[in-house]
Design a protein around this ligand. Structure first.
Ligand code: FES
Length: 153
């Protein structure tokens, strides 16, 4: 049996070729997992910094986009992610001002993101939506805003 010399905790030790290959495989798998994790974080961070611009002619009520929706009233425009807070499925437009998740049936009030029917217990995540006065456009970023700012009306 071929033996390899390795340094473990500062001591030189002989290990079998089999053990050496298993350690090397574990190291490579760990490295690939770490790279995947870093890339997914990078992708998420990049996505959070994307800006979506909308003119001031946003219609009243729900304007649905793939990753988020806008809700316009006479006084405000708010944006929420379309990711269900139960298990992460994408929610769709229900009836009227209600949004529905087709995975397990949760329903949310569109204006506030508040859950109306479970299994979801948490409200939809509100994201940044501000008026850029210099360009007269609403700017939406997929960046979550502080949940304490979410008020139920
Ligand atoms: S993922 Fe939406 S209800 Fe379960």
């Amino acid at each position: 049996m071929t033996r390899r010399m390795v340094f473990i905790m500062g001591q030189q030790k002989k290990i079998s070729r089999n053990l050496f290959l298993r350690m090397l495989t574990g190291l490579i798998i760990g490295l690939i997992a770490w790279i995947g994790y870093k890339l997914s974080n990078y992708q998420l961070e990049r996505e959070n910094n994307l800006e979506f611009r909308h003119g001031q002619d946003i219609p009243m009520g729900i304007s649905y986009f793939e990753k988020y929706y806008l809700y316009r009233t006479d006084h405000s425009v708010r944006a929420f992610l379309t990711k269900c807070t139960h298990a992460g499925c994408q929610i769709g437009i229900g009836s009227g001002t209600m949004l529905q998740c087709n995975c397990h049936g949760s329903q949310f009030e569109a204006q506030t993101g508040k859950p109306l029917k479970g299994p979801a217990l948490k409200p939809l995540q509100e994201i940044e939506c501000r008026l850029d006065n210099s360009k007269g456009q609403y700017v939406v970023r997929l960046h979550p805003i502080n949940p304490e700012r979410v008020k139920y009306e």
